[in-house]
Design a protein around this ligand. Structure first.
Ligand code: CP
Ligand code: NVA
Length: 309
């Protein structure tokens, strides 16, 4: 495995390795121990969409491992003036040890990876957000000490988060229930892939329109924004359609008493989540955000160590 551009690039063993390496790296940070196994390595961090968590956690993570990250955005690079992604890939490969990219189409990341000699990490596309799912799985594992058999209710839009989660849940043997309005289901490609993987791992994959069916006895209640980056003009229409899927104190009564509330953030209080839930005692969203740092450091180590002489 050279790149991590889709959750489908992972498998069960890969995820288990990421979780244990993340725990090791987190412990080092907590103890204030310096750990720089990748002294002198470099990464290009391309962001064609806005970011707070992903950008900062990658920049800090690269630095903590002993490397240096070069941030690039569309406006201030030649990407915004139409330089082909395949040319960017070949040029950056001559300078850096790793390319991280957040962009629109999944095919753009695929092309970048095809032409790049160095590993490529998907930091979010319209179709996937696999780095977030690694952090989410690690957070659940920290709280529950297992993943297999746990029920995850995903409420709202069948978007990039939902697509990557389907596959992550399938590999780890979880019960994943996505409840979305009609017409907003996750992409069939990911549902089918997850169901196929589930045959091997014993996972349960369900796509429903019923939020209560999803949340009933759930160990984890997860939601994300109703209008993702690039869908801003649909936001008002979506608010009306998605309201029955809001995660509020009424809905979470159907979950297990010790459920975890999760959200990849940024959150819109009063839309996909009520203030009382995100600020409530079952919310683990800040741990989830912190764990982006530890799990991405683990991911970088796994990819970059292999590709360096
Ligand atoms: N969760 C997440 O990816 O956040 P950012 O958009 O701030 O990076
Ligand atoms: N689905 C959201 C996730 C943000 C981290 C988006 O793509 O905007």
């Amino acid at each position: 495995m050279k790149d991590f551009i889709s959750m489908l690039d992972a498998d069960r063993l890969f995820i288990e390795n990421i979780l244990s390496l993340s725990a090791f790296l987190k412990e080092k940070v907590k103890k204030g121990e310096i750990y720089r196994p990748l002294d002198g390595f470099t990464a290009a961090l391309i962001f064609e969409k806005p970011s707070t968590r992903t950008r900062v956690s990658f920049e800090v993570g690269v630095y903590q491992l002993g490397g240096h990250g070069v941030y690039m955005d569309t406006r201030s690079s030649q990407l915004g003036r139409g330089e082909p992604i395949k040319d960017t890939a070949r040029v950056l490969s001559r300078y850096v040890d790793l390319i991280v990219i957040r962009t629109f189409g999944q095919e753009r990341v695929e092309e970048l990876a095809r032409y790049s000699d160095v590993p490529v990490i998907n930091a979010l596309t319209d179709e996937e957000h696999p780095c977030q799912v690694l952090a989410d799985l690690f957070t659940i594992w920290e709280y529950k000490r297992k993943l297999e058999g746990l029920k995850v209710a995903y409420l709202g839009d069948g978007n990039n988060m939902c697509n990557s989660w389907l596959v992550g849940a399938a590999y780890t043997g979880m019960k994943f229930y996505a409840a979305t309005p009609e017409g907003y289901e996750p992409l069939p490609k990911y549902v089918e892939a997850a169901k196929e993987i589930a045959k091997e791992t014993g996972a349960e994959i369900v796509v429903t329109h019923d939020p209560i069916e999803a949340v009933k006895d759930a160990d984890v209640v997860y939601t994300d924004v109703w209008a993702s980056m690039g869908q801003e003009e649909e936001a008002e229409k979506r608010k009306r359609i998605f309201m029955p899927y809001q995660v509020n104190s009424e809905l979470v009564k159907h979950a297990k008493p010790d459920f975890l509330f999760m959200h990849c953030l940024p959150a819109h209080r009063g839309e996909e989540v009520a203030d009382e839930v995100i600020e409530g005692e079952r919310s683990v969203v800040w741990d989830q955000a912190e764990n982006r740092l530890h799990t991405q450091k683990a991911l970088i180590l796994k990819l970059v160590r292999k590709s360096r002489p």
